[in-house]
Design a protein around this ligand. Structure first.
Ligand code: LLP
Length: 424
């Protein structure tokens, strides 16, 4: 399903012209398709339906309240990594008894907030954290539900900065420590071991790492049960691939095919934490060309979206398709190849850093000052990682549902930029 399509020479989101949205709300602008968001969530839900999984949408990918509310109404639960994210999902009306709480540095305050919210489980990353959870639970006369995060030392073959399940990453614990901590949980009346957690990295474009993780989980659960644990949850995290380029990501059903046999054998409940694969292709970032210039033998397209709006290219060298909203040349199938009638350009933002770019040496048709560009696959880790660097107000976000348009985050103003400052 493609919610963003070129029709009659210009780009549409569902039944709305992108150019109309840019005229009404200005640029840079994140435009979301409700249909695409829900389609991707439902695809995962259907693929794993036989196990009735708890799908914990990973809030870090995009935490806009309207998106959280939509997913909540579809039966999604949530994976949170901070008190702030827990606050958001509560505000969105989530059933917190299905929420999982991850992260290597939970504070006592956040642990207390999680316990008060009756979350499903904490994904525990270290012995020190387990001790802190036990102490907070004791002080509240509660039993804290936990899952231990295993670092299975599986290479998910993704970017070094987004690999999390390899030895040497800060996440989780090795199997020896996992087993020691499981025994420690058993001995503590304020802790209950609900399950095992793993998250391998993101995005993962092959299914083998998930098969290896599911197999490992089955082994661990079997061993834990033989020692008297009543562990009945396997949480395999998020990380499902997203097609940034074309159709490179496997559908949810392929991940399900390799995971489900092990869940059946383990007779466990399954939790997953997908973020990117749900919201990534549900948005584009629309920008306006300010200038073009030729310098040093290169063509630069300077437009008003920058690394403060979408940091992924600068931070991970990631690839996002970019094409004009009303192009002179039809969009190619392969955005990485040479395109006839086009020339390579660096698409850059106004921020004072050489790393401020959305694309390098990208084949683009001629664009002029005032033309609109669309950067695709901007729904995940776009707005969520945005900043005010260079004192740039954050972009606005709109949600399209058929021909209906809703502003779901207004553009920040100059007053907003200084609103929290105190002093002289
Ligand atoms: N669960 C855990 C424990 C995670 O650490 C993450 C992502 C997820 C779930 C969700 O993964 P997803 O399904 O969205 O791939 N900013 C980077 C991605 C960082 C991912 C951090 N953890 C990027 O823009 O590529």
């Amino acid at each position: 399903m493609d919610a963003f399509q070129y029709k009659g020479g210009e780009l549409w989101c569902e039944d709305v012209r992108i150019s109309e949205l840019a005229a009404e709300f200005g640029t840079p602008l994140f435009v979301y398709s409700q249909a695409k968001l829900l389609h991707e969530f439902r695809a995962i839900k259907e693929a794993f339906a036989e196990t009735d999984p708890v799908l914990c949408y990973s809030v870090k990918a995009n935490s806009n309240l309207s998106l959280l509310k939509l997913l909540n109404s579809e039966g999604s639960s949530f994976d949170v990594v901070s008190g702030g994210e827990l606050y958001r999902v509560k505000h969105a009306g989530a059933d917190t008894t299905r929420v999982v709480f991850a992260g290597v540095g939970k504070t006592d305050e956040e642990i207390r907030f999680g316990l008060e919210s009756n979350i499903l489980m904490f994904n525990v990353e270290s012995e020190a954290e387990l001790d802190a959870i036990a102490a907070v639970a004791k002080s509240m006369d509660r039993i804290a539900p936990v899952a231990l995060r295993l670092n299975p030392d599986i290479d998910a073959k993704t970017h070094a900065k987004t690999t999390t399940g390899k030895k040497g990453n800060k996440f989780g614990m090795d199997i020896e420590r996992h087993n020691q901590l499981a025994d420690k949980v058993l001995a503590n009346p304020h802790l209950e071991l609900r399950g095992i957690h793993m998250h391998l990295g993101s995005p993962i474009l092959t299914t083998d790492p998930y098969e290896a993780a599911a197999k490992k989980a089955l082994e661990v659960v079997t061993e834990l049960r033989s020692k008297g644990h009543r562990t009945n949850w396997i949480n395999l995290g998020g990380g499902f691939g997203l097609s940034y380029r074309g159709q490179e990501a496997p559908p949810a059903s392929r991940y399900a095919e390799v995971i489900l046999p092990y869940i059946r054998k383990a007779e466990c409940r399954l939790a997953l934490e997908p973020g990117r694969s749900i919201c990534g292709n549900a948005a584009v970032l629309v920008s306006n060309v300010i200038y073009t210039k030729r310098e040093g033998g290169k063509l630069f397209v300077i437009q008003d979206a920058a690394m403060n709006d979408l940091v992924r290219p600068a931070m991970y060298d990631s690839f996002h398709r970019i094409w004009p909203v009303a192009p002179r040349v039809a969009p190619p199938v392969d955005f990485e190849a040479e395109v006839q009638g086009c020339e390579p350009a660096d698409v850059v933002g106004p921020i004072c850093e050489s790393g401020d770019y959305l694309a390098k040496a990208r084949w683009l048709p001629e664009v002029k000052r005032g033309e609109l560009l669309s950067t695709f696959s901007a729904g995940a880790y776009g707005m969520a990682m945005s900043s005010n660097y260079n004192s740039r107000p954050r972009a606005a976000e709109v949600l399209v549902n058929g021909s209906q348009v809703r502003l779901i985050r207004k553009r920040e103003t100059y007053e907003d930029l200084i609103a929290f400052e105190r002093g002289l």
